[in-house]
Design a binder for this molecule. Structure first.
Ligand code: NAG
Ligand code: NAG
Length: 342
């Protein structure tokens, strides 16, 4: 296994050196290319600032990093218009939920968000915390409200920002997940951030395939937004346990199958959703499962607003789902097949 990793690593480095000429970053002045799909949001998660999440606050360049501007340009050139930026709640507001921002980290976050939105794309502000703060489930709903008021204030005047209440709540009381989401919505609106979309996530890692069986459907249906701009963010991987840790996909048809139940819920209740994380391995079976899923979403685009790939970012190396230009595994092997859905 070790030896295989080393060989794969060497291949990754080799192919990075031999990047095809067509993969040069798009000049920053290039306008968003014409897109094939009618999805509102098509994008890529841009990892880095949430890395080293056990090292808090952590050091820039050692434990975490920021997404790369030229990558944003390149992916916009491919038609993408949405970038989800995961980061750590504790790095932005250290020590206590009701505290104030760490200006060093905040400037890094604000800078990449500003860059993305200056290109006309959406930037999703994604506290990648799984409903936890310093590794403990957040039960202080008022504290969470305060954290969100502090954070939303930084972006209140930028209408291309999208607020994502939290990444993948899991193993939590369902009513707590409801109350945290509602507190975030209320806090965001209370500081004058009234034009932005808000992505709300569910329990059970916000899985689309378990949206109703987990209780998310019944519980989160009650969320309210005075601006009526809520989008349910669901995640879906296509490997056996749905964890997004394998290059294998269950079958050619698994993508569409895993979204059926959630789609019925969305239609029955007149709600909209975005697939905030999805991926599959760079192989024929996964590509067919992914394009089948995206095609199913397109034919249900009254409720599915779009999708975001997991993941891009400068530190993924030869990661199985890497979407980082020029040599990411998925960038090279999967993206060419996804063009009709961008
Ligand atoms: C603020 O953030 C910087 C950069 O991540 C870090 O070096 C510093 O220790 C942080 N300060 C606190 C109080 O967390
Ligand atoms: C499927 C996947 O890659 N999930 C990732 C979500 O984000 C955390 C933090 O970056 C990773 O540790 C997970 O692997």
């Amino acid at each position: 296994m070790k030896l295989l990793d080393i060989i794969l690593g060497a291949i990754a480095v080799g192919s990075a050196l031999a990047a095809p000429a067509g993969d040069k970053p798009t000049p920053t002045t290039t306008k968003t290319s014409k897109r094939a799909s009618k999805f509102q949001f098509v994008g890529v998660n841009q990892s880095g600032a949430e890395f080293g999440n056990k090292d808090l606050p952590g050091q820039l360049g050692k434990h975490y990093t920021w997404p790369v501007q030229s990558t944003i340009d390149t992916l916009i050139g491919k038609g993408f218009n949405t970038f989800r930026v995961p980061f750590m709640m504790e790095r932005l507001v250290p020590n206590k939920l009701t505290g104030s921002v760490n200006t060093t980290y905040s400037q890094g976050l604000e800078s990449i968000i500003r860059y993305i939105t200056s290109k006309g794309a959406y930037a999703v502000v994604d506290p990648h915390n799984f409903g936890r703060y310093y590794d403990k489930v957040i039960t202080d709903v008022d504290g969470f409200r305060a954290w969100w008021a502090t954070t939303a204030k930084l972006f209140a005047s930028n209408d291309h920002v999208i607020f994502d209440t939290n990444n993948e709540y899991h193993d939590m009381d369902q009513n707590l997940v409801f109350r945290l989401n509602q507190a975030a919505i209320d806090a965001i609106r209370s500081v004058g951030a009234t034009s932005q979309y808000i992505f709300v996530e569910g329990n059970s890692w916000s899985g689309a395939w378990t949206w109703t069986s987990s209780g998310n459907g019944a519980s989160l249906l009650g969320l309210t937004d005075p601006q009526d701009k809520l989008v349910y963010e669901m995640h879906q991987y296509l490997d056996t346990d749905g964890s997004g840790t394998s290059t294998n996909c269950v079958s050619f048809t698994i993508g569409a199958e895993r979204l059926r139940d959630a789609t019925a819920w969305l239609k029955a209740n007149g709600k909209k959703a975005v697939l905030g994380e999805t991926a599959g391995g760079s192989n024929a079976q996964c590509i067919k499962a992914l394009t089948g899923m995206l095609s199913y979403m397109q034919s249900n685009s009254d409720v599915w607003t779009g999708w975001l790939w997991w993941g891009g970012g400068p530190w993924w190396g030869d990661y199985i789902y890497g979407m980082e230009p020029p040599s990411g595994t998925a960038y090279k092997g999967v993206l060419p097949s996804l063009t009709p859905y961008i």
